[in-house]
Design a protein around this ligand. Structure first.
Ligand code: PLP
Ligand code: COI
Length: 344
C-alpha cells in the first residue's frame, strides 16, 4: 500500500487497518541466541519456502498500543504483560521466546522511529503495535524450527468496530469452534485466528459485527467475542468468563481492576449463555476493541434476540469504565495503577 502523506491522514476517522509507516524492527534467532535489532523500511520478508510458520503455523503475535498525551508525551500501556504473554505463546508452541527486555527495546524503537504516526491527542486514535514471532527454519516434518524471526511493526488505528463506542451487534455461532479446551486458545497464535474466520464470516453475513464463541465442549458457556473478551454487568457486579480456551485479555484484566476501584464486585467464572438475558449491560473488551458495548445478541440457531441497548447508546457502567480506561491510557487521568510508561 502507498504511504499516505502524513498530513493527509484523517486522524479522527481512522479505520482499524494497515497504513504504511516509515520503519519496522527485526531481530533473528540463530544458533541458540538472539542477534541485534535491525531497523528497516522494507514491508516484505524474504522467507524460506519450507519455513515452519508458513506450513505449520509456528507463529505468535501481540497487539498493543502507544498513546499521545496532552503533554505531547508518548505512553505505552502495560507492555510487560504483552511481553510475558508472548513468552507464554512462544513456549506454548515450542518457539524460542523473546526475552522481555528485547521485546521492550524493539517495541520502543518501532514507536520512536515512527513518532510522527502516533495519532494526535484528542483524536481518539492510537498507534497500534504488532510484535510478531515467526519460525523461519526449514522443516518438512512437523517439528519446531531452530531459527526464528522477531518483528515489530506499527500502524495508526481508529476503533476496531466501525461503531466505535456505540453498541455493536453480536451473533452466537455454534457451527464452528475457535479453540479447543486443551488447545491453543489461551495463547496468541495465528492458528486460532484462522479457526475463528468461519465464525466471523457467519456473524458478518448475519449483519453483526462479531461472533460470540461458546465453549467447544458443551456449547453451554460464553467463551469470547471475536478478538475480544466478553463481560456482562448486573447487580453492581462485573462478570467475565473464566475458560481455558480464551485469551487472557490485558484490557479485561485492567477493566476488572477499574471496576473494583469503582466499587463494583468482580466475578470471573464460567458464564452460561442462558445467563445473557439477565445482564443490564454487556460488552467486549480488548486492545483493538477497547470497550465495545453490545447492542443486541442474535442467536442464529434459535432466532432469539437479546437486546441490551434500548436507546442505541452504551450503558452507564460500561461508559464509566471506558472513560476511566482511556483516561489512563491517554494520560488524562491519574494512573494510580502504574500501567503506563512514558517512552518519548
Ligand atoms: N481475545 C482474543 C482472541 C484476542 O485476540 C484479543 C486481542 O488481543 C483479546 C481477547 C483481548 O486481549 P487484550 O486485551 O490483551 O488485547
Ligand atoms: C488486539 O486486540 O490487539 C488484537 O490482537 C485483535 C486483532 C486480532 C485484530
Amino acid at each position: 500500500m502507498e504511504k499516505p502523506h502524513i498530513e493527509k491522514i484523517d486522524w479522527k476517522n481512522l479505520p482499524f487497518g494497515y497504513i504504511k509507516t516509515d520503519h519496522n524492527i527485526r531481530c533473528y534467532y540463530k544458533d541458540g541466541k538472539w542477534g541485534e535489532l535491525e531497523i528497516t523500511s522494507k514491508e516484505h520478508l524474504d522467507i524460506h519456502i519450507a519455513a515452519t510458520c508458513l506450513h505449520y503455523g509456528q507463529q505468535a503475535f501481540e497487539g498493543m498500543k502507544a498513546f499521545m498525551g496532552k503533554d505531547g508525551k508518548i505512553r505505552l500501556f502495560r507492555w510487560q504483560e504483552n511481553a510475558k504473554r508472548m513468552i507464554r505463546s512462544a513456549e506454548g508452541i515450542h518457539m524460542a521466546p523473546v526475552p522481555e527486555e528485547l521485546f521492550k527495546k524493539a517495541v520502543v524503537k518501532a514507536v520512536l522511529t515512527n513518532k510522527q504516526f502516533v495519532p494526535p491527542h484528542g483524536t481518539g486514535a492510537a498507534l497500534y503495535i504488532r510484535p510478531l514471532l515467526l519460525g523461519t527454519g526449514a522443516q518438512v516434518g512437523v517439528k519446531p524450527s531452530a531459527e526464528y524471526m522477531f518483528l515489530v511493526f506499527v500502524t495508526p488505528v481508529g476503533p476496531y468496530f466501525k461503531e466505535g463506542f456505540n453498541p455493536v451487534n453480536i451473533a452466537i455461532v455454534r457451527d464452528s469452534d475457535r479453540a479447543a479446551p486443551l488447545g491453543t486458545g489461551h495463547i496468541k497464535v495465528g492458528g486460532n485466528y484462522a479457526a475463528s474466520l468461519r465464525g466471523i464470516i457467519t456473524a458478518v453475513n448475519a449483519g453483526c459485527g462479531s461472533p460470540m464463541y461458546l465453549d467447544a465442549k458443551e456449547k453451554r458457556y460464553i467463551d469470547e467475542i471475536g478478538a475480544a473478551n466478553f463481560f456482562g454487568i448486573k447487580n453492581n457486579t462485573y462478570i467475565t468468563p473464566k475458560s481455558d480456551s480464551i485469551l487472557p485479555s490485558i484490557t479485561n484484566d485492567s477493566v476488572m481492576a477499574i471496576a473494583e476501584d469503582m466499587g463494583l464486585k468482580v466475578e470471573r467464572r464460567p458464564v452460561p449463555v442462558d445467563e445473557l438475558e439477565s445482564f443490564d449491560e454487556a460488552g467486549a473488551c480488548g486492545t483493538a476493541a477497547i470497550i465495545a458495548p453490545i447492542g443486541e445478541v442474535h442467536d442464529l440457531e434459535t432466532g432469539k434476540t437479546i437486546k441490551f441497548s434500548k436507546d442505541g447508546k452504551a450503558g452507564p457502567v460500561s461508559t464509566s469504565i471506558y472513560s476511566r480506561l482511556i483516561g489512563i491510557q491517554f494520560g488524562d487521568e491519574k494512573d494510580k495503577f502504574g500501567w503506563t510508561e512514558i517512552i518519548g
